[in-house]
Ligand binder design. Structure first.
Ligand code: AMP
Length: 414
């Protein structure tokens, strides 16, 4: 199989790493990719938001499958021209991707499908926003309606700050606060059949102890030893399958990766958000545990034949990933600094380094090129071992102003 992956992040590096280990994959390509992906795939400097250019590349390569990693090309409709050209695509079309592209659309689908989520109001004026904030009371949850790379959500006890965010965004969803631990559950779907993956947890805040601003994600682990038994089956029945069925009935079937961000509240499981693609950094740990070769599963989702697949096989091992970010992330990340210790981190096979914001420098060195720079990942017999190995990898790596959380999976590993 010839596979083309679209995207530049550590999620795409994780996808490419798994695809490169699949014996059915003969050629692996990525556009535009990064310095780490270049070691397992051939890179092509194509604009990931340009559907015509991506389709031309896929045609030229004779791709048997295109995997669209990030939300932006999905919401921009890059899957459509590929499908029109008869090329199998992993990832939803523009309409179904609105599940992530618009929080208000997601709320509407959940209401129609009877999926449990936070009560909410869509607000477009300061008066509406103020009324919604007062209806729910503190802590206040204000979400930008559109795509914001995980940074459009403000959760605060400060009413003035909540209102200010609402006014700055224009159109927002204001909702009740959900207490309880969060779980990310991914499912691969062809629009009818839904195959849940193993649950993971990510760490959204920038600093230890869940302090600091929301980020795209600073680390993740799987499995979740504390999660209730039967969680996956419950979420499949009450969330994932009804959502996929609802979108199919609307004539805009969702195929690809449906990501449910869940809160396990005292009143039951609630959806915090949907995403229309693999989550970053949870993908790094989920794929580290997947034993079934990846390409065939993604192709079956693209071709509508998931129902005929054998059940997915998983490793009993634990996986932990720690994100190394640049100075100033998330507000104002510094870039262009050389990264040292990449080989040392992987030297004894303890950890593996997935690249996010990196690019090759003029003299063969690797330079920082974004907010989240690396995702240092390891597997172990249990979370404590995987965690120790991941942090041993992190300790080998340095670049100016590097920052990471020191408490990823710490509580769960105890
Ligand atoms: P989202 O982009 O919707 O996933 O929101 C980002 C983060 O904000 C989530 O992972 C939660 O930590 C937090 N959050 C979002 N919605 C709520 C809510 N209704 N109650 C409490 N926390 C929330």
């Amino acid at each position: 199989m010839k596979v083309l992956v679209i995207g530049t992040g550590a999620r795409e590096h994780a996808l490419c790493r798994s695809l490169s280990q699949d014996p059915s994959v003969g050629e692996l390509h990525c556009a535009p990719g990064n310095a780490g992906i270049a070691r397992v795939a051939t890179l092509h400097p194509v604009d990931q938001l340009d559907g015509a250019a991506v389709t031309a590349l896929a045609r030229q390569l004779g791709a048997d499958l295109v995997v669209i990693g990030p939300e932006a090309p999905l919401v921009a409709g890059v899957a459509e021209p590929l499908r029109a050209a008869g090329i199998p695509v992993f990832g939803p079309g523009k309409e179904a991707a609105q599940l992530e592209g618009s929080k208000a659309f997601a709320k509407d689908v959940m209401a129609a499908a009877g999926v449990p989520t936070a009560r909410s109001y869509v607000c477009t004026t300061e008066q509406e926003a103020a009324a919604a904030l007062d209806a729910f009371g503190a802590p206040y949850v204000v979400k930008d309606d559109g795509l914001a790379a995980g940074k459009g959500v403000v959760v605060t006890g400060d009413r003035a700050a909540a209102l200010e965010h609402a006014v700055a965004c224009g159109r927002v969803v204001i909702e009740e606060y959900l207490d309880g631990p969060e779980v990310s559950l991914f499912a691969i779907t062809d629009g009818t059949t839904v195959l849940p993956l193993v649950p993971a947890q990510d760490f959204k805040r920038a600093l230890d102890g869940d302090q600091g601003p929301n980020t795209g994600g600073m680390g993740a682990y799987s499995p979740l030893p504390w999660a209730p038994e039967g969680l996956v089956a419950e979420v499949l029945e009450s969330v994932l399958q009804p959502t996929v069925d609802e979108l199919r009935h609307r004539g805009t079937p969702f195929s690809g990766l449906l990501y449910a961000g869940l809160a396990l509240t005292s009143r039951g499981t609630r959806v915090i958000e949907f995403n229309a693609r693999f989550g970053d950094p949870e993908t790094q740990v989920v794929l580290a545990r997947l034993r079934t070769p990846l390409a065939g599963v993604l192709l079956a989702a693209a071709n509508g034949t998931l129902g005929g697949l054998e059940p997915l096989r998983w490793s009993d091992e634990a996986a932990v990933t720690v994100v190394m970010a640049s100075e100033g992330y998330p507000a104002d990340p510094r870039t262009g600094d050389p990264i040292a210790g990449l080989d040392a981190a992987e030297a004894d096979g303890t950890a593996f380094v997935l690249h996010a914001g990196t690019r090759p420098g003029p003299d063969g060195e690797v330079l920082t090129a974004g907010g989240r720079v690396l995702s240092v990942t390891a597997v172990g017999a249990d979370l404590a071992e995987a965690r120790a190995k991941a942090y041993a990898g992190v300790a080998e790596i340095s670049f100016k102003g590097a920052q990471h959380r020191t408490d990823i999976a710490a509580k769960a590993a105890q």
